[in-house]
Design a protein around this ligand. Structure first.
Ligand code: ADP
Ligand code: MG
Length: 580
């Protein structure tokens, strides 16, 4: 027998979709306050949101009649008919949040419109109407949600630890705080202030009030307009990378969204500037024609659909890439956080001395690879840097046969000679690869190498991949290989030792996904072909390298994201010597 469920049950079921955890309530209530044009929103939480979630605003408020309607399912003031769905500018529009919340908690709504003398209050318990009465109060709305999930014990059981739930709440409030600089937003838990973002005049002040001033110092602004897509916001220099994505917020027409395509565009734009497992900070506001998106595809509206995925991807990619290319990304020593003082030990880089090659190269030939196998997932490096970015550097000399010291008008630069060369090799090689013209160099006397089993298996399995980058390697028997040519830009690899190191680097790389494989091969090649720590280099040689570096698109990091420069400012030095 089929039953038509009553409203109370329907709401309870629907609540399961929209209200997953205390933070979901916080989200819905803040969105309502924002839609009501509030300029001040205060959130009070007790017992991690399980006992009380209270959101007060100074927005438009509701009439007595509307307050009663607001807790019904599909009751909304934000759209009228189906045409309005095409052009939604408010955060809410489905009219289900208050009904859902009311079904699974004790809900009190108290509200007053500015032009009314008296306010109004209603109480709902587990979806049942309890009471209503007039109430004196200032204009605006206060919504109190007590004992969330009291009548849905299963949901209560699925909650994570208290701190985890509280973190979700903080994330939600942070996300709206970042998106609304001109609204004062405050979050309290058991009467402790967790977040306080007063009305700010500038977006940067606003970010500082949420993330702190240290973060702001390492952000660069974005302003980008391409046809009808406008992107503004901030991204971090590669010196500020986080261990997770929690400092990434993307807003599409003021709505916070999580979107894999947009996220991918961010990472692709940073590309070689990112250190492994490190994540940039990004706060992006994307404005586009509301008719080109569908916001009605996800119960909590966190996901949206775009009519033109590719154009969105490209615009974000270009906006970020452009910004990174046109800003000075040199790392200030004082900006390197402790947790970021990078640790490369497990990366397999070693700084062994490089031995002078005893093999003489012969003629260089051009190897045109019209059919490079597989897809290399590298964004074509289209955008050109407008100006050379490196400051004028007066080189002082080499220290520890590893670093160079240089003076600029902004401070004392420490320069890693190996990484400089690595970046140059990487970009030059990429250039040839993109143009499908890899120059190769035949070896006068071919290298014969005998590899250990693991390396040998790796090389056999990847021979084709490696050969298409300008090598000519054959497996002539068992674990023995013959190398007849190498890519000429990377001609340091023509020694047996460095060739073996390269193959060992690659064979020991843990998760060399197919997608990343070709790039990793190139990156490792660039590394092994570079000047090492321990090599003596003259100032003129280093000057020449810096000139070549300045031709690079990204003269700030190695292809794995390690910094090339660290800058000690005059200010840092003065502080160290207590001159200040
Ligand atoms: P939706 O936001 O999708 O319209 P809700 O259930 O969240 O649905 O809210 C229902 C209605 O209640 C809203 O459309 C709005 O008219 C009114 N409302 C809710 N919260 C507030 C508030 N803080 N201030 C003014 N009106 C509100
Ligand atoms: Mg709503």
């Amino acid at each position: 027998m089929i039953n038509i469920l009553d409203e109370k049950v329907i709401n309870k079921i629907a609540a399961g979709e929209v209200i997953e955890r205390p933070a979901s309530v916080v989200k819905e209530l803040i969105e309502n306050s924002l839609d009501a044009k509030s300029s001040k929103i205060e959130i009070h939480i007790e017992d991690y949101g399980k006992r009380l979630i209270k959101v007060s605003d100074d927005g438009t408020g509701m009439s007595k009649e509307d307050a009663k309607l607001s807790v019904l399912r599909y009751a909304t003031s934000k759209i009228k008919d189906e045409n309005d769905i095409l052009n939604i500018e408010t955060l809410g529009f489905r009219g289900e949040a208050l009904a859902s919340i009311g079904a699974i908690s004790n809900l009190t709504i108290s509200t007053k419109m500015p032009n009314e003398l008296e306010g109004f209050k209603i109480e709902i318990e587990g979806g049942k109407f309890l009471s209503s009465m007039p109430q004196g109060r200032p204009a605006g709305t206060t919504i109190e949600v007590r004992d969330l999930f009291f009548n849905t014990p299963a949901r209560l059981k699925f909650l994570r630890t208290d701190n985890n739930e509280l973190n979700h709440i903080v994330d939600i409030v942070t996300r709206y705080g970042l998106a609304n600089p001109n609204i004062s937003i405050k979050l309290m838990h058991n009467n402790h202030i967790l977040l306080n973002s007063p009305k700010n005049f500038s977006a940067l002040d606003n970010i500082a009030s949420i993330y702190g001033i240290e973060i702001v110092k390492q952000l660069i602004g974005i302003h980008f307009l391409k046809k009808d897509i406008e992107i503004t916001g901030f991204i971090s220099k590669p010196s500020l990378l986080k261990s997770d994505k929690s400092m990434q917020s993307i807003y599409v027409n003021n709505r916070f969204v999580k979107d894999d395509i947009m996220t991918k565009a961010i990472y692709d734009a940073y590309h070689t500037l990112l250190f492994v497992n490190r994540h940039p900070v990004a706060i992006l506001n994307i404005k586009l024609n509301p008719e080109t998106i569908d916001v009605n595809v996800h119960p909590t509206k966190e996901k949206i659909k775009f009519a033109e995925n590719e154009r969105i991807y490209e615009t974000i990619f270009n906006a970020i890439r452009d910004t990174l290319l046109n800003n000075n990304l040199i790392v200030d020593f004082s900006a390197i956080e402790d947790n970021q003082k990078l640790n490369f030990e497990n990366k397999g880089f070693n700084n062994q001395k490089f031995q002078t090659p005893n093999v003489k190269p012969t003629k260089a030939e051009i190897y045109t690879s019209k059919d490079i196998q597989g897809t290399i997932s590298l964004p074509a490096e289209k955008i050109k840097r407008k100006n050379k970015k490196l400051p004028e550097i007066r080189l002082i000399g080499q220290i520890f046969k590893t670093f160079f010291l240089g003076e600029t008008k902004n401070g004392l630069l420490l320069i890693d000679q190996h990484i400089v060369h690595e970046r140059i090799n990487y970009e030059k090689f990429m250039q040839q690869l993109m143009n499908k013209q890899i120059k190769i160099q035949s070896l006068l006397s071919p290298l014969i190498v005998n590899l250990p089993p693991k390396e040998s298996v790796f090389l056999k399995n990847n021979l084709q991949d490696i050969n298409q980058f300008g090598f000519e390697i054959n497996n002539f028997e068992g674990n023995s290989f013959i190398v007849r040519s190498v890519p000429s830009i990377l001609n340091k690899i023509q020694t047996k030792e460095s060739f073996e190191e390269l193959i060992s680097d690659l064979a020991n790389e843990k998760d060399l996904s197919l997608e990343k494989k070709q790039e990793e091969i190139i990156t490792r090649m660039a590394c092994r072909a570079s000047i090492k720590a321990g090599e003596e280099i003259s100032i003129p040689q280093m000057e020449k390298l810096l000139e070549e570096l300045d031709e690079c698109e990204q003269p700030y990091t190695c292809p794995h994201g390690r910094p090339i420069f660290v800058n000690l400012t005059l200010n840092d030095l003065e502080k160290m010597f207590k001159r200040k």
